[in-house]
Design a protein. Structure first.
Length: 407
């Protein structure tokens, strides 16, 4: 995975260092953009880099709305820079002039004014990399017009140290069609959709120069693709190899994760006894590591495997452990999940009073969090239970609470 990230970073870095290119168009769908953001963050956080990155990922509804949200973001970053400069005894940078937020001007005019002003603050030949990466583009034509307007200014050379990276749609690329082939424009198609990413990972996995640790990371991702395509035998083979590798390498935390993943594979195929065996191996390792997050997560999985085998009392032990850990760690959502399953186990054991207590507590916690999904699911369980028990008073209270949620 690291090598794929490095490939993306290299593409960005080549554009940034190019003397000829000042606009980079990246056709990519929102769901496939996570690695791009991580690569940009890595470049921005590089202590050896002097470049300044200004990233704007807010939705694009229209040019006025998009540009209106840029000055507050710039001002926040200026405040952070000024705090550091004051600590060093240096004079603070001036704030954005009010005329740059004057909405009597066209959004494109204001945007260029902001870009010129930011470049004027930057000293020592540092480059300013503007990144327009709205994950939602509701108006593609106005978005393209705004980018074109900035590109026309970049062509003049007046923004000498400014470069622009913009997201375009991969399925219906508007910017690529209009600006592809123009001087100073580079098109970079990262191909990060699942099919392309799986192909890249397979190519990397066959590279003998790849370090074993990165090879293991890639195998974990490929196992995920195998599961998604129901290639369970291949996923199992990869995970068994990984469990052996992490065990020999002394990476117990990673080994515990992989053992749990093997349990998940069996659980997905309704092999609950086999799933239980692997979850038990995982949780024993996690307890030895004193990793509460892993123990909590794996307790839930082991409880589910036991529940599916009608071993309700055993399942309650692990759900109870998860509930206690979640409460101690102040993780109310996980606590709600544990209480839901505790209620189910108690109900199926023929203990309706205990089940009601679990679900009532889950509703109370959900209400405190304003977690409507948790409230609704557990109120519906309670409604069905109280109807079955003939408890008219509590049934009425559940129905009233559900009606309030709907309204």
């Amino acid at each position: 995975m690291r090598s794929i990230m490095q490939d993306i970073q290299s593409e960005f870095q080549r554009f940034i260092e190019s003397r000829a290119e000042n606009l980079l168009i990246v056709p990519c769908e929102p769901d496939h953009s996570a690695l791009l953001f991580k690569a940009l963050e890595a470049l921005e956080d590089d202590p050896e880099s002097l470049d300044i990155f200004l990233t704007f990922g807010h939705p694009f509804t229209d040019p006025g709305q998009y540009v209106r949200e840029i000055p507050p973001i710039i001002s926040l970053q200026l405040d952070g820079v000024n705090q550091e400069m004051v600590k060093r005894g240096e004079p603070a940078l001036p704030t954005l002039p009010t005329e740059l937020t004057n909405e009597s001007q066209k959004p494109s005019t204001r945007l260029l004014g902001i870009m010129r002003y930011v470049e004027s603050l930057v000293m020592d030949e540092r480059r300013v990399i503007w990144v327009f990466f709205p994950l939602e583009i509701d108006a593609t034509t106005p978005y393209a017009e705004l980018v074109n307007y900035v590109y026309d200014e970049l062509k003049t050379g007046s923004l000498r140290m400014t470069k622009l990276i913009v997201r375009d749609g991969a399925i219906s690329p508007k910017l690529e069609l209009g600006l592809g082939g123009q001087p100073n424009v580079k098109i970079y198609r990262p191909e990060l959709d699942p099919e392309s990413l799986e192909k890249k990972l397979n190519e990397k996995a066959n590279d003998p120069r790849l370090p074993m640790e990165e090879h293991a990371q890639i195998q974990m991702m490929l196992a995920g693709f195998d599961v998604a395509h129901k290639r369970y035998d291949m996923a199992l083979a990869r995970n068994l190899e990984l469990a052996d590798y992490f065990g020999r390498a002394g990476q117990r935390h990673q080994q515990a994760i992989v053992l749990n993943n093997i349990g998940d594979l069996h659980y997905t195929q309704n092999k609950f006894g086999e799933a239980q065996t692997w979850y038990e191996r995982a949780i024993n390792l996690s307890v030895g590591l004193k990793s509460e997050p892993l123990v909590m997560y794996q307790s839930f999985n082991l409880g589910n495997a036991l529940l599916m085998q009608n071993r309700f009392a055993d399942a309650l032990i692990y759900y109870g452990a998860m509930e206690q850990l979640a409460r101690a760690s102040n993780l109310p959502v996980q606590q709600i999940q544990a209480l839901e399953q505790m209620g189910t186990a108690n109900y199926r054991m023929g203990k309706p009073a205990e089940a009601a207590e679990n679900w009532e507590k889950a509703v109370e916690l959900s209400r405190g969090l304003k977690f409507e999904e948790g409230q609704r699911a557990n109120l519906e369980r309670l409604r069905d239970l109280y109807r079955e028990l003939g408890d008219a008073r509590r049934l009425s209270a559940c129905n009233a609470a559900l009606s309030e949620l709907k309204s």
